[in-house]
Design a protein around this ligand. Sequence first.
Ligand code: UD1
Length: 361
Amino acid sequence: MKIINVVGARPNFMKINPIIRAMNAAGLPQVLVHTGQHYDESMSDSFFRELGIPEPDINLEVGSSSHARQTAQIMMRFEETCLEVKPDMVLVVGDVNSTAACSLVAAKLGIAVSHVEAGLRSGDRSMPEEINRLVTDVLADHLFTTSRDADENLLREGIPLAKIHFTGNTMIDSLVLQLDKAKDRATHRRFGLKPYNYAVLTLHRPANVDDRQQLRNLLGTLRIIQEELPVVFPIHPRTRNNLEELDLMSEVEKMPHLVLTDPLSYLDFLDLYRLSKLVLTDSGGIQEETTFLQIPCITLRENTERPVTVTEGTNYLTGRDREKILAAFREILDRGGKQGQIPEYWDGHAAERIVEVLKAL
Ligand code: UD1
């Protein structure tokens, strides 16, 4: 069985790496295709280097564009790749445009599709990722899930039970694999900070950073937070572009205890948040990573496709409401926040379980 593994954007890299390793260990032939959706050193190359992901066999080099153009470019180039490589299966991870585009190509060529991280649903179709999740899951032949609620979502949508495999979280596999290496980094010292005496912020969702009013409102909340606790803010390129275009960079620069930095590498970022007091984010993966490390997380979104991080983990889903964000912030500062437990199968062995299923096919 020849498998094409697909990656495209930053959060894909840590999800695929343990799968590549487990496939190698099991002797499964594989080809790694990078669509080039993310391409910068800080958004792509540094992850390959630090995680030890092999160089992609093929890079489609699609780059940034509108959703339709980017998806179309990936599809056109990936179709040629599939015709050349003739895989028996295409394996996609996560919920980015590359995930949906490559699934559609494979399904139309009659190639089996495996989706890792299937079944997550925010219920919010204004998120591009939700559209990507729905499209990918309806096409996939083998759906690997990270939590039991995902299985239920899929069953509710009419996906047969036989296609669904609850195997756990490969992003956590990467975390477990890299944690010791990250401990040498002392990233906080680079910013002149002390362990558990700072917060980490990430923001990149279009709903938070594309609208001036919304972004300004969040910056207002941030101004209050950084007066009590220093905040390190590695800026995603989308957010940096928007802060400049929407004329809001000066508001950010005048906050004395907000530390701005470029996007950090995987190990630097892991080391930074593992020693933080709390994390503020609109990312999906970071909700999971903080739950695993039992670091309090405030999620600046109205919904989450990862409810287990709220019901079992350390995550507070506050939305963008200033009062709610500050209430969670104070609870964490005053009482340490939720204790939380680690969800089932977030144990560093998810990729091995996935490969067991693939071998049995
Ligand atoms: C994408 C994913 C999102 C994921 C996020 C993680 C989709 C629909 N979105 O969003 O699910 O959470 O990645 O980062 O697939 N840019 C660079 N360098 C790069 C890549 C992008 O400067 O290497 C800039 C470009 O100006 C681009 C913008 O960032 O237009 C946004 O990139 P894009 O890939 O369109 O979406 P993300 O916001 O990164």
